[in-house]
Write a protein that binds this ligand. Structure first.
Ligand SMILES: Nc1ncnc2c1ncn2[C@@H]1O[C@H](COP(=O)(O)OP(=O)(O)OP(=O)(O)O)[C@@H](O)[C@H]1O
Ligand SMILES: [Mg+2]
Length: 427
């Protein structure tokens, strides 16, 4: 590349990355880079595969935590099914809707109608505004009738939809003589309880199978990353870096997206520090940054009081000997910390509600302990992550950067402005 013409300022080759786009968040890997999900691919194919032979497919719901390949595998299998069907002379379409954006029935049906129309010779105008759900359904049935034998509809993040009537409409369309085309629905959610929220009528007419995608283990994550090694220049990844990255990500969450992000961040770190290789140290640092970002993302919508509550719990854990603390203990320390940042504390009950919200977000875990009510049961809270990360994430809030750093907490013990609690009195 050195002899390339042009401004020399921009001529030097990236010393670390060769094809960085392979590590971008939105990047959809080619078929031959999808690894470790063969069984899941086969299971999804078994449910919708009948469509390729001109037979009715099953509907299927895919559940699993974030970054377990649900969206990727669904699109992959649906596309392959469409190609196979077309090879058999069947006019088959694939529709994808992200219901976290199209979160009402009207928005979803509008998007379905518009993408169905795309590329067909359907002449009717589909208005973007001013019409209701029923009109969009009518377009959907008409386009299916005119142009398709079958269609696979992927409803991603389906739990974000404000009602699930669309499931009934799609699954009963043939029966209700709206269209002769076969419709196979793949619903995706990371809430396993989604089915319980479905109306009984909808649940029975949707009559779906359920598949569960489990978090990736270290060897699967290793393969996923190995398959993208060419994002880096040759010999830049030191021995053992991918293994370490996979091990760390598997231990935390088994999330492929996060694993890839850590690898990318490690490369950025190496480049920023002028290193010629990406080392295990870069991976460890990148993992810390990723974890702090994750916590910051989770808490970004939280109030200052929730952040202070988290900080109070973290500082207990750093300076104390236990991993779990009672609401009361967290509250007492929180009051002291409010003093430090000149903020008026909320009530203990208010703080309790903030803690519950954080438990919901997955930043802390709360567990009821003790006997029945009369014996005074109480909640014990623990952090799901390293308290160091909480301290860092909370201090990123400009109004809270005066709070003691992790190192100071670890060195000097409780720093709560004189409101420190005698822990023994709560045991
Ligand atoms: N088996 C795999 N092989 C290669 N890359 C993968 C695999 N699984 C996931 N990935 C990568 O991880 C990213 C996240 O996967 P995906 O979006 O499918 O997860 P998800 O389960 O839908 O997560 P969410 O619940 O957050 O939407 C993908 O963009 C892809 O780059
Ligand atoms: Mg997804």
């Amino acid at each position: 590349m050195a002899d390339q013409a042009g401004d020399p300022l921009f001529q030097s080759q990236d010393p670390i990355f060769d094809r960085k786009e392979l590590l971008h968040v939105g990047h959809v890997p080619d078929e031959d880079r999808i690894v470790g999900r063969d069984d899941e691919i086969e299971s999804v194919a078994a449910e919708i595969g009948a469509i390729t032979r001109g037979d009715p497919p099953n509907n299927v719901m895919i559940y699993g935590k974030t970054g377990t390949g649900k969206s990727l595998i669904s699109r992959h299998v649906a596309t392959r099914a469409r190609n196979a069907a077309q090879g058999n002379g069947i006019d088959c379409g694939v529709l994808y809707v992200d219901c976290s954006e199209a979160n009402t029935e009207t928005r979803t049906t509008r998007q379905l109608a518009l993408s169905l129309k795309d590329g067909t010779d359907y002449r009717e105008n589909i208005p973007v505004r001013g019409v209701g759900t029923m009109e969009y359904y009518q377009h959907i049935w008409a386009i299916l009738e005119d142009c398709f034998d079958a269609v696979v509809v992927i409803l991603d993040e389906i739990d974000k939809l404000d009602n699930s009537n669309i499931l009934m409409q799609l699954s009963r369309a043939r029966e209700a003589r709206k269209t002769d085309a076969y419709i196979g629905v793949i619903g995706i959610s990371n809430k396993v309880k989604y089915r319980e929220t479905l109306d009984e009528r909808i649940d029975s007419s949707f009559g779906h199978r359920e598949l569960f995608f489990h978090p990736y283990d270290a060897s699967q994550l290793r393969e996923i990353m190995r398959n993208r090694e060419d994002a880096f220049q040759p010999d830049v990844l030191a021995d053992g870096t991918i293994e370490l990255c996979a091990a760390l990500a598997a231990k935390k969450h088994g999330d492929a997206r996060k694993a890839i992000e850590i690898l990318k961040e490690a490369g950025e770190l190496a480049r920023r520090t002028g290193s010629e290789i990406v080392s295990e140290d870069h991976i460890k640092q990148a993992q810390e940054v990723a974890e702090i970002n994750r916590i910051e993302e989770l808490t970004s919508g939280a109030t200052v009081h929730a952040k202070l509550a988290l900080y109070a719990l973290a500082s207990h854990i750093i300076t104390g000997e236990r991993e779990t603390y009672k609401t009361r203990e967290i509250y007492e320390r929180y009051v002291g910390i409010c003093d430090l940042v000149a903020t008026d504390p909320i009530t203990e009950n208010g703080l309790y509600r903030q803690l519950k919200e954080q438990a919901f977000l997955g930043v802390i875990e709360s567990e009821k302990t003790g006997g029945g009510r009369s014996q005074g049961s109480y909640l014990l809270h623990r952090l799901v992550t390293d308290p160091k990360h909480i301290v860092k994430a909370v201090r990123r809030d400009a109004s809270l950067e005066e709070l003691p750093t992790y190192d100071r907490l670890a060195e000097t013990g409780p720093a709560t402005g004189g409101h420190d609690t005698d822990l023994s009195s709560f045991d």
